[in-house]
Design a protein around this ligand. Structure first.
Ligand code: TPP
Ligand code: MG
Length: 860
């Protein structure tokens, strides 16, 4: 529109698509949905939101334009995004109306989160902003603050952020809106999550895959997502793909994704308001019809716990509804300057951020801005005190129905503790360290299955994973709750269920987005993933950690359940899949982040895993990374001992060392991770047998962040504690699960850091045997013994023969695996000495079954 022409809904002008910007058909509705009064109200509301949006970007004074605009009213740095703002405001205005008329329980998720001015304008207009932030009241003073604080030092971010009432989606990094929206809707049967998807955002990988979330929504027990694809045609400096394919192609695409699109298209406000009101009513009507049909015929969805067994479920998918969605085509920067300096801006990518860039220095730009702002006729919208005139608020909901106030968007308000079982009930018996083997994740699975069962009534716990729950040996959970699946179920399928609670889709991004959305709306969950591929969500977890860091400081945002990762099928046991599957770097990634928010646990055995998982499920506002293997592995600690050890986070395993009472050790063998723990104990065994006078201390680290100082991490150890454990002057040989440099980073301030020698993954791997993975990375027991010999002063000459035998053992290993294709029996069947001894009296013991083999290094 022209920048001086007052903007009004009932001044219709013909739809005039820009050249090259086809507008979908814009039929006049035979029966207008909105009365004239409603139309006037909704349009006034929209104009007010647009005025406030533009005002936030430009003004630091004179918010109501009570005097002519002067350069000193303009912010020195113009930061923000105008282009998406009017479209978001338009959507918000119409959602308000639908909520009011339908008494809807609705949340909004804004994909183009750079449209912060829109979210702030709307929450200020509906009063929620001032209720949360009383220093920004709904009057002229508040309006001045609202505008000035935006993107201003000491103010609020330019994007939708934790500070923004009503939001669960940061939005700065595009792509997660739809998966967040679906996560919010699961197990919230009366919640509708309106989700604005930017047409640029829709090009991202995470967004593109998340359309398929609709195959996981059970209309009988979940709410609904109403996607609103905002085709404003442009991104920062390019057109969008979805805006430049034919209408038919787009329609086929969306129908192919399982939606029933409703189109709203044009640029004439009066017509667009009628169309949008009709579209939203249509969509809500369809959602209600889908809900009603599903809930009226409960037999079509199996009840909790009754999962169709193999072959029992009808092999069809006809019950899956086509959910409505809205495709909204508007000009980008709608109602903003049509042209600037002779170039088209409204309806083009040039409106993305700041349509008029030189307002302080260029008088023509200043005049144009003033004309643009006055085109909304602020005096019609706000009274002399600066409050919105009542007429524009008639369709705005009140109380918790406001989009800025829906409690689901402040999930901690709704959070209920999980009913958690006692980990002791799932513990592995460990009478003698190392005597029994357990698959740690399978043991965890039995606990998580009980968590699932106990919390079925409250429906507030879900397990997500990219098609790996069974592979990761958590299948007990599937047996307890089934896997969600709303697409076709065929006779061959097992455990797929309309009301399953384990959520598997082969998109780590979608899993992450679902879980984040679920947690942010006040529920609990667990994400299990192969270690190498959890990296796919590096960027998403960044954003979640940022969210938590900020949200923790906002008293009105109540704590939410932590995001718990079980990172398994880890680097050391990806010997069968090979190099592509070997990457322990997610820990490094997470450790870079804000210390208050992140925790990393490396439980050495199944009982420790139970204890850690129990702790994580009780925690709040954290990202917990738990790294644990799924293969049979020795149990070292009884459940009581494991609980104590995990509470300490790090500790001396006296039973594994050879320290004389009150003597200082000659060497500390430290370990973090299940496989490194086995290797360190095998190393200690060799040392005890061959160098019985050597005083060896074994220290196990479960809680990695204990290694940092207390000043750096809330779990950090004090220096005296650290010095007592690791000594200030003795060599420390540290076998670590991941990249060794991380241990150095965490401990670089510690006394005796020069004596710390870390072994870990050196990016050496292939398809080989489990022990060869260790040999390739110099973290095998033979090499660790050599490290001890090389670093304990005076030992080199004394233990030269042992050192040589270690070198030979590595060579023998290589020859053996090359010939036999599996590890040497002395390695594969090694047992801790106490377990070997116990085996001789326990006929059913593992050692007896395995041949009771002690580590035997020929030649020793
Ligand atoms: C993952 C990601 N990549 C790039 C960007 C930078 N970026 C910010 S806005 C934008 C364009 C977004 O276009 P669209 O989704 O169509 O939103 P619109 O402003 O048009 O509503 C881009 C590329 C980003 N924020 N996130
Ligand atoms: Mg766009």
């Amino acid at each position: 529109m022209s920048q001086t022409e007052p903007h009004s809904a009932d001044g219709p002008k013909p739809s005039q698509p820009e050249p090259g910007q086809p507008v979908l058909s814009q039929p006049e509705l035979s029966q207008p949905v909105l009365s004239q009064a409603e139309l006037a109200s909704i349009d006034a509301y929209w104009r007010a939101a647009n005025y406030l949006g533009a005002g936030q970007i430009y003004l630091m004074a004179n918010p109501l334009l009570t005097e002519p605009l002067r350069p000193e009213h303009i912010k020195p740095r113009l930061l923000g995004h105008w282009g998406t703002t009017p479209g978001l405001n338009f959507i918000w205005a119409h959602l308000n109306r639908a909520i009011t008329f339908g008494d809807l329980n609705m949340m909004i998720v804004i994909g183009p989160g750079h449209g912060g001015p829109a979210a702030l304008a709307n929450t200020w207009l509906d009063g929620s902003y001032s209720e949360i932030y009383p220093s920004v009241p709904r009057d002229a003073v508040g309006m001045a603050r609202l505008m000035r604080q935006f993107s201003f030092p000491g103010g609020v971010p330019s994007h939708v952020a934790p500070e923004t009432p009503g939001s669960i989606n940061e939005g700065g990094e595009l792509g997660y809106s739809l998966s967040h929206a679906y996560g919010a809707t699961f197990d919230n049967p009366d919640l509708i999550v309106a989700c604005v998807v930017g047409d640029g955002e829709a090009e991202t990988g995470p967004l593109a895959t998340s359309w398929h979330s609709n195959k996981f929504v059970n209309p009988a027990r979940d709410g609904a997502v109403l996607p609103i694809l905002h085709l404003n045609g442009y991104k920062i400096s390019n057109p969008t793909v979805l805006a430049r394919i034919s209408a038919a192609e787009l329609d086929e695409l969306m129908r192919g994704y399982g939606f029933r699109p409703i189109y709203v298209s044009g640029d004439v406000p009066a017509v667009m308001h009628q169309q949008m009101a009709a579209a939203v009513d249509d969509a809500i009507g369809q959602i209600r019809a889908i809900w009603d049909a599903a809930r009226a015929a409960p037999g079509e969805h199996s009840a909790h716990g009754e999962h169709p067994a193999h072959g029992e479920h009808p092999a069809h998918g006809v019950h899956r509804p086509a959910w409505p969605m809205i495709v909204l085509r508007t000009p980008k920067g709608w109602t903003g300057p049509a042209e600037v300096d002779g170039l088209p801006v409204e309806g083009t990518w040039r409106s993305h951020q700041i349509p008029l860039g030189e307002v302080r220095t260029n008088p023509a730009h200043l005049r144009q801005l003033e004309g643009w702002l006055r085109s909304y006729v602020p005096a019609e919208l706000f009274d002399a005190s600066g409050a919105p005139r009542p007429g524009l608020l008639t369709l705005v909901p009140s109380g918790d129905r406001r989009l800025g106030m829906n409690p689901h968007a402040n999930g901690g308000l709704l959070l209920r503790d999980l009913d958690l079982p006692d980990p002791h009930d799932y513990a592995v018996a460990v009478d003698v360290p190392g005597a029994g083997l357990a698959e740690a994740t399978r043991v965890l699975g039995s606990l998580l299955a009980e968590v699932m069962r106990r919390n079925l009534a409250t429906s507030n716990f879900r397990l997500v994973g990219p098609d790996e729950t069974e592979s990761n040996r958590l299948d007990d959970v599937i047996r307890a709750a089934g896997k969600t699946w709303e697409a076709e179920i065929w006779p061959v399928d097992v455990n797929l269920s309309r009301d399953g609670r384990v959520m598997e889709i082969l998109s780590e991004h979608t899993c992450e987005g679902w879980l984040e959305g679920y947690l942010l709306t006040g529920r609990h969950g667990f994400f299990s993933c192969y270690e190498a591929f959890i990296h796919l969500v590096d960027s998403m977890v960044n954003q979640h950690i940022k969210w938590l860091k900020v949200a923790r400081k906002l008293p009105w945002r109540r704590p939410i359940a932590s995001l718990n990762y079980l990172v398994t099928s880890h680097v050391w046991r990806q010997d069968h899949n090979g190099f592509s599957h070997q990457d322990p770097g997610f820990i490094d990634h997470v450790v870079n982040k804000k210390a208050e928010v992140i925790r990393v646990y490396l439980p050495p055995d199944a009982n420790c895993l139970l204890s850690v998982a129990d702790h994580c499920l009780r925690s709040r506002n954290l990202v917990n990374v738990i790294v644990a293997g799924k293969h049979p592995s020795p149990g070292w600690l009884s459940m009581d001992a494991a609980a104590l050890h995990c509470a300490r986070g790090v500790g001396i395993w006296e039973w594994a060392g050879s320290e004389a009472p009150e003597a200082e050790p000659d060497v500390v063998l430290a370990c973090a991770g299940d496989v490194p723990t086995v290797e360190v104990l095998a190393t200690a065994d060799i040392l005890h047998q061959n160098l019985p006078d050597l005083q060896v201390r074994v220290v196990n680290v479960v809680d990695l962040m204990r290694l940092q100082t207390a000043a750096e991490h809330p779990h950090g150890m004090s220096d005296p504690e650290y010095d007592a454990l690791f000594t200030t002057d003795k060599p420390v040989i540290f076998a670590y699960h991941g990249y060794p440099a991380l241990i150095h980073r965490l401990t670089y301030r510690r006394h005796g850091h020069d004596n710390l020698h870390v072994r870990g993954y050196l990016e050496e791997g292939t398809t080989t045997t489990p022990f060869d993975m260790l040999v390739l990375n110099n973290m095998d027991r033979f090499h660790l013994v050599m490290d001890v010999i090389d670093r304990v002063p005076g030992l080199g000459a004394r233990a030269a023969a042992l050192r040589q035998q270690m070198t030979d053992a590595r060579a023998r290993h290589r020859a053996w695996i090359t010939e036999h294709g599996e590890d040497m029996p002395e390695v594969a069947e090694w047992m801790w000495p106490a377990a070997r001894a116990a085996a001789s009296v326990r006929p059913d013991s593992r050692a007896r079954q395995a041949g009771g083999r002690a580590l035997h290094v020929p030649g020793l």
